[in-house]
Design a binder for this molecule. Structure first.
Ligand SMILES: [Zn+2]
Length: 361
């Protein structure tokens, strides 16, 4: 079988581990898959749901490695040494294939090519595992063609679909898959991982973990990119907002919207922090103010390094305005994810916040 342009055998660079035992959290998913592996008949389709950076791809690889390991001693993990494990680790396993959107869509040609590949028996004699990233980006044609595959795939094939929300897929696709939800990770677990594996100082690790919203992948990208440098400037913007004229606030909105002009809006692959990160910082800023305003302890703060400044400001806001600020930020982030016009969204965000913080101070 020849693998051509649309399918890839390359290992995923964002994968941190290919062992179940090294994957942070996700006990339910790991337990479910180890039960699956112990069963007589292994189901052929899985739907991995959850935000990016919580271990879905690592788990798919751990599953593939374990299923195909020729020398398995542990119940769940592959040995890491046999031919199959080494091929998987090296990104050249003939039976591990991935599909990703091309120009933001998974096209019918990609699914047709997948269907052709699935028709051949797995080359290594084990299971062929195919991971479909951002499965919700399938075109209507592609989804319909894929549905037929899903109904009756040739034996020996395992399909893993990855999405944020099951609602983003055709219900007929969802109903044919085993659902495996991946939860956001605990802040303490992410922080501990960063301390142990990246040698990051505890306070910084806690800050990154708090802002990552449960995504280890995102916390790592923030650490490796320019997030920490930019964060200070973003917080300063929020500190000055109550004193800005309407015209200056509109200018600020325009500057903020420019932050993302060059790249996508999800986890930026360049490592450059953008609008999504900025909005997370502001959400946590208002959340921290709210914690202090209602008399919460400082160890609940995310922005611990700004605790003095936060304490000085918190008293000047009323609780209702702080709650509304957090709600507004959540709304704005949803709008950004839906690819709304970033300039309009930013104007809505900044002018809305300005209204709330000016009124209450
Ligand atoms: Zn092995």
């Amino acid at each position: 079988m020849k693998i051509s342009g649309h399918l890839s055998l390359k290992a995923d660079v964002s994968v941190l581990t290919v062992k179940f035992s090294d994957i942070v959290g996700q006990q339910t998913a790991k337990k479910f898959l180890s039960q699956v592996m112990a069963s007589a008949k292994i189901p052929h389709a899985y739907l991995f749901t959850g935000i990016p950076g919580v271990g879905k791809t690592s788990t798919a690889m751990a599953f593939a490695m374990s299923l195909n390991c020729k020398d398995k001693s542990s119940e769940s993990d592959g040995c890491g040494r046999c031919t199959s494990c080494r091929q998987l680790l090296g990104g050249n396993h003939p039976d591990f294939i991935t599909i990703r959107p091309e120009d933001q869509t998974i096209k019918i040609e990609q699914i047709k090519e997948l269907n052709r590949s699935l028709g051949f028996a797995p080359m290594s004699g084990g299971y062929r595992v195919c991971v479909i990233h951002q499965a919700d980006t399938m075109s209507e044609e592609a989804a319909n063609s894929f549905l037929k595959t899903l109904e009756e795939p040739p034996p020996g094939n395992i399909l893993i679909l990855k999405v944020m929300e099951p609602l983003d897929l055709l219900p007929t696709i969802v109903s044919r898959c085993q659902k495996v939800p991946f939860r956001p990770l605990a802040i303490a677990d992410i922080a501990q991982w960063l301390v142990n594996n990246k040698g990051i100082e505890k306070d910084t690790a806690l800050l990154l973990a708090g802002i990552s919203e449960g995504s280890l992948g995102r916390a790592i990208k923030m650490w490796e990119g320019d997030f920490l440098e930019k964060r200070r400037a973003w917080i300063n913007r929020m500190e000055t907002l109550p004193d800005l004229s309407k015209a200056d606030a509109l200018n600020m909105a325009l500057e903020c919207a420019e932050e993302d002009r060059k790249k996508g809006i999800d986890i930026p692959s360049s490592g450059e922090a953008g609008m999504v990160d900025m909005l997370s910082v502001w959400t946590n800023w208002f959340r921290d103010l709210l914690v202090l305003r209602v008399g919460g302890p400082t160890d609940l703060l995310v922005n611990t390094d700004f605790s003095e400044s936060l304490q000085n400001i918190a008293e000047s806001y009323n609780i209702k305005a702080l709650i509304e600020s957090v709600l507004l930020m959540n709304q704005v982030r949803a709008d950004i994810r839906r690819m709304r016009n970033p300039i309009l969204v930013m104007e809505h965000a900044i002018m809305g916040l300005r209204g709330l913080v000016t009124l209450s101070s």
